[in-house]
Design a protein around this ligand. Structure first.
Ligand SMILES: *[C@@H]1O[C@H](CO)[C@@H](O)[C@H](O)[C@H]1NC(C)=O
Ligand SMILES: *[C@@H]1O[C@H](CO)[C@@H](O)[C@H](O)[C@H]1NC(C)=O
Ligand SMILES: *[C@@H]1O[C@H](CO)[C@@H](O)[C@H](O)[C@H]1NC(C)=O
Length: 362
């Protein structure tokens, strides 16, 4: 009899623990990390360039045509990758742009991304005053100073340790630097291999400085196939692949060094959880017909010679059938698919060593 009671008590304890932990899981499910920070370029920008003196902005129609608030500065017809990642991570609202984030909202995270910006300080400069990665890192220091005021001097570092960071940089170091010899000297000064090396050296310093300021969980996005974007295809003859092979080869020199950099950071920085998101793997393995895509290399909106949407022109009506919204940027449906697969990787090539859902749980 006693034994049965003890037995029962064990089960009661088990069920209690189980249900407390389930309840706890459900709570965490609400928002899987306390805060979320984005650094990057126009693939991530959600309004930081709006008030700046630059042509690299998207706060006009037809950008945002499907977004509830209309044009916001997102280079998309609707949402961008940070919007979908925030949603997957259980955030009720998109992460605000640094330019307008105020008060205690910065505790949940900030988006520092700036269209046309790059790893190198001069990248995108021909398009105006854009916020390079170095300046985005300085802006993060401003947020940290605000957090110290809001949360007090103790615990900010351990708070940041739990936040998730997504850094998606480097495309413009090619399309708005290396590949534009009329504005930037880099291709005269460096071979493609030396240039990739130079980018990785600078990126390595920047990611280490992010770590030093408290970041531990960092998703680093590799570059996509820049030789396949409509702007490149409009100006350079394509190869049999349908893309400009030499440009994809340049980008590969960068990506091939980025993955080892991520591994190196994990090995050498205590507690670091960096992960590499392989955009090439992710985009090549989309089943485009299952997604309903029918137009692969033409933009949905009417574009200027610079490749952005011409203001106030009516875009295609079947936006979910296009890969590209303008000559550079994916449509909402592609952003959603890319974010979904970086959050829950299907192949081990997509994200390593963690996908973003695993990174959140680290
Ligand atoms: C790609 O096209 C360029 C220009 O037409 C050509 O010079 C090059 O050899 C081609 N590359 C390959 C791999 O076919
Ligand atoms: C990314 O994925 C592509 C395509 O699957 C693969 O060829 C490449 O090796 C991967 N890159 C890295 C750095 O893992
Ligand atoms: C892609 O999706 C289509 C339509 O759903 C399906 O018929 C096809 O088998 C899929 N292809 C692959 C390679 O999975």
């Amino acid at each position: 009899m006693d034994r049965i009671i003890i037995f029962h008590a064990k089960w009661v304890l088990f069920f209690t623990l189980c249900c407390i932990s389930m309840k706890f899981r459900v709570m965490i499910r609400g928002q899987q990390v306390p805060c979320l920070f984005f650094m990057g370029d126009s693939l991530s920008d959600n309004g930081n360039n709006n008030m700046r003196i630059t042509v690299a902005k998207a706060n006009y129609q037809p950008y945002g045509i499907d977004y509830p608030a209309g044009p916001t500065g997102r280079f998309s017809n609707k949402k961008n990758i940070p919007d979908y990642l925030a949603q997957s991570l259980g955030f009720a609202n998109p992460v605000p742009p640094f330019a307008t984030a105020t008060g205690t909202t910065v505790q949940k995270g900030v988006n520092y991304a700036s269209g046309a910006a790059g790893i190198l300080d001069d990248t995108g400069g021909a398009l105006g005053d854009v916020i390079s990665l170095n300046r985005q890192l300085l802006n993060h220091q401003i947020t940290i100073a605000r957090l110290l005021l809001i949360r007090g001097p103790f615990g900010v570092t351990s708070y940041l340790n739990k936040c998730l960071y997504a850094v998606n940089m480097g495309s413009n170091d090619y399309v708005n630097n290396y590949l534009l010899p009329q504005y930037y000297p880099s291709s005269k000064l460096f071979t493609p291999d030396k240039f990739a090396q130079r980018l990785i050296l600078q990126y390595s310093r920047q990611l280490k400085s992010l770590y030093k300021s408290g970041a531990r969980k960092v998703a680093v996005f590799g570059l996509g196939l820049l030789g396949c974007i409509p702007q490149v295809l409009a100006t350079t003859p394509a190869n049999a692949s349908g893309c400009v092979d030499y440009i994809n080869n340049y980008v590969q020199l960068f990506n091939n060094r980025l993955k080892p950099l991520v591994d190196d950071l994990n090995t050498n920085l205590p507690g670091a959880k960096f992960t590499y998101i392989n955009i090439t793997s992710i985009s090549l393995s989309f089943n485009l017909s299952a997604l309903g895509i029918t137009v692969f290399n033409a933009p949905c909106c009417i574009v200027s010679s610079g490749g952005q949407c011409v203001p106030n022109q009516i875009p295609c009506s079947d936006r979910d059938q296009y890969i590209f919204y303008d000559n550079y940027h994916p449509t909402d449906i592609i952003n959603q698919a890319t974010a979904a697969r970086s959050y829950n990787a299907i192949s081990p090539l997509d994200a390593s060593p963690f996908d973003i859902s695993q990174l959140a749980q680290q």
